[in-house]
Design a binder for this molecule. Sequence first.
Ligand code: UDP
Ligand code: MG
Length: 345
Amino acid sequence: MSSVTSGRSGGPGKGAVPRDKSRHLRLSVVAPCYNEQDTLPVFMDRLQAACEAAVGRAYELILVNDGSRDDTWKIIQAFAASRSGVVGINLARNHGHQLAVSAGLKLTRGDWVLVIDADLQDPPELLAQMLRTAAEGFDVVYGRRRTRASESRFKLATASLFYRLLGSVSDVDIPQDVGDFRLVSRRIADRLNAMPEQDRFIRGMVAWLGGRQTEILYDRDARYAGETKYTLSKMLRLAVAGLTGFSTAPLNLAVVLALAGTLIGVAIFLYAFVGYFFGRAAPGWTSLALISVFFGVGQLGCLAIVGAYLGRVYMQVKGRPLYLIDEIVASPDLAAPADLTNTSA
Ligand code: UDP
Ligand code: MG
């Protein structure tokens, strides 16, 4: 894997801007880019202006090229060579939005981390307001969409259905109308990076991490250029990642079916028995009905048991910490115990 951190490896390196490599970074920005060659120049101008207004030069912009087939990577390389504060990451192939964001997050060094789409649907100018809100004492400030310009009805309807379904089965409260546009503290970013799960549904993982979280409302603009890169199959994959990652409710379906099957089985059993004694059943029907009821209910019951264990194995395999401590206070006469669950440094 090649990771470029100085902008001088590859690309037109001549006009590289000398900069102070040891400066303290107050902000890291992560932007996943997939075939965004037409939006990148405008995106960078607006984003850099917003970052400079908010934190001066104490920022890094991490642009993750997610296996684009257009000139996205060339443009990122040129940015890294000619502008200050740019880090480009070239993924080996298209891994999808969630993994592109994960790759960028892992390399962040700033005190705060902003995740933003590269298509200008999330306005970079909100950064200042997000930082101000965060300074009031929040770990996470996420953008909640008040309006969504030019999003298809189909997308709005399926998204709303999905979030309602997820809300009803999920163990954590995952906010509605919220994407991955958010500002998170170093602590949250470190904890997120330490979560080893493969199937990543970042907005759910951040919700799961808890801490002090708040929202700011914004109007989601139309895409600056090009088409959505979230095809139907990618949306479905994200939905399945969200549902299965934050709930084992689908596994409980076997339990529900087994209970329903038992009730129906008892009814059929009684019906078959009565029919047999009153001579109303065709020869052989009673035994066949009883055999199929017995095996049907038996199999569903066994599936329910397997499901219960599988759910537990699944949660264990995810390797998430059992709980996260935000803060420990102790009386002055006692040293506070170290938080061994805290994954952040
Ligand atoms: N993206 C990505 N990999 C993908 C799909 C999308 O890195 O496989 C990026 C894309 O370039 C954009 C962001 O993720 O910056 C959100 O994608 P998009 O705007 O297409 O999704 P939508 O806003 O339509 O849900
Ligand atoms: Mg978009």
